[in-house]
Design a binder for this molecule. Structure first.
Ligand code: AHR
Length: 322
């Protein structure tokens, strides 16, 4: 039975050729279970690669599963890792709530868990080692700052924003809204007039935006604030079809910084790209190494990020790998 389980899990192994999980957990034969939440964007794909690449560089064996945006599936994947007695679980939660039971099982099994990217909310404390990810609130702040600066000297008396939110019940969507609202509320002329949900998915945002402008028109919208590049790419297609000059008729602020979006920024089709850093791998690797050496681990590890806009030097933006 155990052999079958081993065989089954070996099929899921990405890279690495360390000893099996029964061997004593020396740094060179550490087994890491990595549960990724989805494949919805180039950003997400780079995030996955970055973690696997860095684990492999360290010589860790990686058991990789993807939940394809389904929480139950992710929980099942984590239970598989627990059954396999991995040394460490790394997981990127699809949503904020609902992880207590499986995290308790990991804790009881003595397996430390690192939460990466989005945050989670648990009833009980100390169910995971640390959270590694971006400050989504700061991303929202940066997006808002671009808008307040852009309209600072404008004579417009009202500035109307359409917000395309990411997936509901995620910390990334909630904090990106919160950070943005915090900054734009300093200028009483600026208001969000529509807040739609595109789930971080290009085709969904495209449909939702098209339906919105069919019902309401677009002439009153001054700004699009989109929570990720994939959704923005879908909306840009609808803008093109509808004769909207993106970046001029509607000012566009988007989050992530995918290569294609930087090209759109250079072409003047979007105005501001707030970076969300997908390269979490090095931070995860460093944290695991430090943990294994017995070093204290902070509860929260933030990753550095920046912002690119049409007010800056577009030629100096480093090449993107996502
Ligand atoms: O949680 C981070 C967000 O999730 C990224 O901005 C987005 O592209 C991904 O889908």
């Amino acid at each position: 039975m155990k052999y079958l389980l081993h065989l089954f899990l070996l099929l899921l192994v990405v890279g690495g050729c360390a000893n099996g999980p029964d061997a004593e957990a020396e740094p060179e034969n550490i087994v890491v279970g990595f549960s990724q939440s989805g494949t919805e964007s180039n950003w997400r794909k780079r995030h996955t690669e970055s973690i696997i690449e860095e684990m492999n560089k360290e010589g860790y064996e990686v058991l990789y599963r993807n939940g394809f945006m389904n929480q139950d599936r992710q929980i099942q994947d984590m239970r598989t890792f627990i059954a396999y007695k991995v040394d460490m679980i790394v997981f990127t939660p699809i949503v904020e709530d609902g992880w207590d039971a499986v995290l308790l099982e990991a804790k009881d099994a003595g397996i430390p868990v690192i939460v990466v990217d989005r945050h989670i909310r648990t009833a009980e404390e100390n169910l995971y080692l640390t959270h590694i990810g971006p400050s989504f609130k700061a991303e929202g702040n940066r997006a808002g700052l671009y808008i307040t600066n852009h309209f600072q000297n404008s004579s417009q008396t009202s500035i109307r924003i359409l917000e395309m939110r990411g997936l509901a019940k995620t910390s990334s969507a909630n904090f990106r809204s919160e950070g943005f609202t915090e900054v734009i509320s300093r200028d009483s002329r600026i208001a969000i007039v529509a807040s739609l949900e595109g789930d971080y998915i290009r085709s969904k945002a495209k449909d939702v935006f098209r339906n919105y402008i069919e019902e309401n028109g677009w002439i009153d919208i001054d700004v699009l604030y989109s929570h990720n590049d994939e959704m923005t790419l879908g909306i840009l297609e609808v803008m093109k079809e509808s004769g909207i000059v993106a970046g001029q008729d509607i000012i566009i602020v988007t989050i992530d910084g995918q290569a294609e979006m930087i090209e759109n920024l250079r072409a003047g089709k979007v105005n501001c790209v707030v970076e969300c850093n997908p390269n979490a791998g090095w931070y995860v690797r460093n944290t695991i190494k430090r943990y294994l050496k017995g070093n204290p681990i902070p509860n929260e590890i933030y990753m550095p990020e920046t912002v690119f806009s049409d007010k800056g030097n577009l030629e100096s933006i480093p090449p993107r790998e996502y």
